[in-house]
Write a protein that binds this ligand. Sequence first.
Ligand code: BGC
Length: 765
Amino acid sequence: MKTGSNTMRSLQFLILFLCFVINACAQKLVSPNYESKIDALIGLMTLEEKIGQLTQISNHFDLTGPPPQEGDDKKRYELLSKGLIGSMLNVTSVEDTRRAQEMVLEKSRLGIPLLFGMDVIHGYRTMFPIPLGEAASWDLEAVELSSRIAAREASASGIHWTFAPVVDITRDARWGRIMEGAGEDPYLGSLVAAARVRGFQGDHLDSSYTIAACAKHFAAYGFAESGRDYNIVDMSENTLYNVVLPPFKACLDAGVATFMSGYHELNGIPATADPLLLRDILKGEWGFEGFVVSDYNSVREVASHGLASNRQEATQRAILAGSDMDMGSLCYSTYLGELVESGRVPESVADEAVRRVLRVKFQLGLFEDPFRYCSPERERTEVYSEKNRAASLDIARKSIVLLKNEGGLLPLKQPRRIAVIGPLVKDKDVPLGSWRARAIDNSAVSLWEGLQKTLHKDTELLYAEGCRITAGKRSFRDKLTISYDTSGFAAAREAARDADLVIMAIGEDCFQSAEARSRTDIGLPGVQQQLLETVYAVNPNVVVVLMNGRPLDLSWMAENVPAIVETWFLGSESGNAIADVLSGKYNPSGKLPASFPRSVGQLPIYYNHKSTGRPGNENHNHIFWSHYIDEKQGPLWPFGYGLSYTTFEYTGLELNKTVISSDEQLEVKATLENTGKMGGHEIAQLYICDLAGSITRPVKELKGFRKIWLEAGEQREITFILTAEDLKFYNAAGKWEAEPGEFKVFVGGNSRENLEAVFELKETR
Ligand code: BGC
């Protein structure tokens, strides 16, 4: 007995001594090499404690999973105090993060700090446009800034880690999570992804103003079959490498600290248990050194997919495949110990996962100061500050896309009386969007408030709600009930009749575009289309202000309504931003990051499609070509499309060479002229087409863009540089390389209307 307790005491002393050494070392190092410290720490850990580091639990309730079961909270407390939990999600204030951290440090044997994670997707309390909307700005500085501000706000509350950016490319607007990413294009998607990582992580992960980012959902989740969330994905290697993986690779190159797997299966293997994705590509080929967190409960769901016959086997598959941390399912904490003890999972595999998690904790500086990210002072002064809201306003304005403006209806010419109609006019909640972190419900500036503040005081505003989108309770967790009540139509008709002009704010509830919010009909939900037609019948002078999280089917509107403004869900300053655009105080410049279809039947639709053996257009004089017989071809509005209050003209496309070798640069020049009457920004775009390859190549691929300001009447030569690097793709030989041959190059203001020229990449010997 005596000998036992002496040994115990010596062990405790040794642990304390080593922890002291580890911390002291960590403080001294400027450019730290944590590996030896991590080894020492792992050497001290019991198997149970190691598994603890691989376990993440949620605070109070599971935001996106089933509610906790009875007894769970006691169990959670016990696990935390024994140091058997490495990370928590959704602990959201200085007070709460500090309390949980203190408990773990005081009570657990080794006192390894907790890692607090949260979905900070487009802002923490100050909300920025939803990511799809923000991508429409094509403004990488703006994107980086919004992530930086989100990181500053979140870190002030003690959050260390965001589950963002979402870099899932998607071509299907039925999939509700399209709102979380940057749309359909791997090139734009990669630049936006890297900007977000830079914004969240800054230059130093251990700064108390930055947080670790997480590239998700690795990989191909955005290709869920038929746009139904959580559905399977069946995809060729070539689409995986050429379309899906580039934004993830861009995150890796930008130094992203973590990756998240997903709920889907890819080619028969659930992503959480996919060794090809996690071990071979991410940790092997790409050499990723951070850790992979599962999606919420997705370890357990490996069994529901049918890849494992029970949860224990699911656990085995997930850890062996390379899922380092189990989010929410408690499978690792329940089954991994037994799996290691019975030799079904080598302890070295668990050790490697622990090493990865500890590495990120070291990088964040948590061993130096576990409370570095808890700042009551900063939480008070920085979160939702005026400065942050001003930045949100600026980014919101940049994200607005003018889709139609017949007869120059916009900007408003000081009409005497405007009827402002629709369910979203006075709404202060919908513009905050889904995945709103700690936004205060109903805190956005409504369109109504924005108009009142911005429009000339002689303009009279009439209001009619017309209809609602949903009836009853609405939240991220609720099933929404669509409203079909038309009793407000009469008042709307009356207001429209009495006005010179109508502004209609219609679209989706923000909780109709999000996780688990797939739709088969992407028209305006409920009776909004009917309301629009009713209003239009009495006053066709209509400006539609759309709020929505996905491309919608707007064919009737596009055909009939003279002006349409796409505002997505713009965040805290929504109403001010929209009013600035409608009034002309701000000239819109956003461009679509995803194609808008003519009808849901066209989905998936994307500009960078393949030619097919039977390409064509409406002028075909026979029927045997690749098309639909009941719909016009191509999207309603293509990728890259967006108008301005001025007009731009592209002329004089010139190449400095017609043949280049792989070490040469091609200069692509064109003249851009502002041919309208107002200064404005244009986003000039460059596309290429590899005319013949070892596998077929898309008809167009974005390879460059520039945002340029031109005064009215101003002309400027714009130059893009292309190198062989831009021509590379994952080819038939499984190599990332440029293949010699002919290419087309296109320059223009969207993916449809371009100037074009041809050049050749020479064979190199
Ligand atoms: C989502 C993830 C998210 C996680 C934690 C899941 O349901 O798929 O994107 O990070 O919940 O909230």
